[in-house]
Design a protein around this ligand. Structure first.
Ligand code: SF4
Length: 244
């Protein structure tokens, strides 16, 4: 096949039901460019780590092959997957070729923090079926407090660009009352959806302290009632949500 590009991987879950629609082969890459206080995979943040491994596209395809009959697709997550965008173009093309060879459709999704402009990678976006986009905050001060990054302007531009190009699979918002400006996020996303005349599902993710280290490791999870209130709030902005 000659697929020689290498991807730096932290772990693989060969059949995941929580990384996009249906059963998916989920690949978690090593390396992230921001530092979220609520990160539950902090071991994926460093660009290099003794427990990370490099795999060629060909090796990944051979790992995916036996799972194909049970899969709806492949999801690449992180860390931040777009730090390895060029390698992923080859991977997604190879997944599509595998799907054609095995007469079994497979979708290719990215799970991204949105800090890198998707518009810079047209070939990847052509091979990709959609992006699950984390919107961590809308207000820049809140964003900096949560992630350590100075600006979220690219994240906000990505919401618009992905929606315009029918590539916004879903918006993901981690809900942590008192820390995340969920209403501001919902309000601004609703405005973007209205201005473009398209929509996308919103997933409200309950903050969970599992795996979190640092100042939020003992923060309480939002209650069912708080999550239901956020869902009702989203509905008032005309947004469809699911809670997880
Ligand atoms: S973007 Fe994801 S992997 Fe990176 S620090 Fe935030 S939660 Fe962790």
């Amino acid at each position: 096949m000659g697929y020689r590009r290498k991807v730096r991987i932290r772990k693989i879950i060969s059949q995941s039901t929580v990384d996009g629609p249906g059963n998916r082969f989920a690949i978690f890459l090593q390396g992230c460019n921001i530092r979220c206080l609520y990160c539950h995979n902090p071991e994926t943040q460093a660009m290099e780590d003794a427990e990370a491994q490099e795999m060629t596209t060909e090796e990944l395809i051979e790992a995916i092959r036996p799972c194909v009959p049970f899969l709806r697709g492949v999801t690449v997550s992180g860390g931040e997957c777009m730090l390895q965008a060029e390698q992923l173009t080859e991977l997604f093309r190879a997944v599509k070729a595998l799907a054609a060879e095995m007469h079994h459709p497979l979708t290719c999704l990215l799970d991204s923090n949105g800090t890198i402009a998707f518009s810079r990678y047209p070939e990847l976006m052509q091979a990709c079926d959609g992006v699950m986009l984390d919107v961590k905050a809308w207000d820049e001060t809140v964003y900096e407090q949560l992630t350590g990054a100075k600006t979220n302007s690219t994240v906000r531009e990505n919401v618009r660009w992905l929606l315009e190009h029918d590539l916004l699979e879903e918006v993901r918002i981690v809900c942590l009352p008192g820390r995340v400006d969920v209403e501001t996020i919902l309000q601004n996303i609703a405005e973007i959806f209205d201005s473009i005349g398209k929509t996308s599902p919103i997933r409200l993710l309950r903050f969970r302290p599992h795996g979190v280290i640092g100042e939020l490791e003992n923060a309480p999870m939002p209650t069912d009632e708080q999550m239901a209130q956020l869902s009702e709030l989203a509905a008032r902005y005309g947004l469809q949500t699911t809670i997880r």
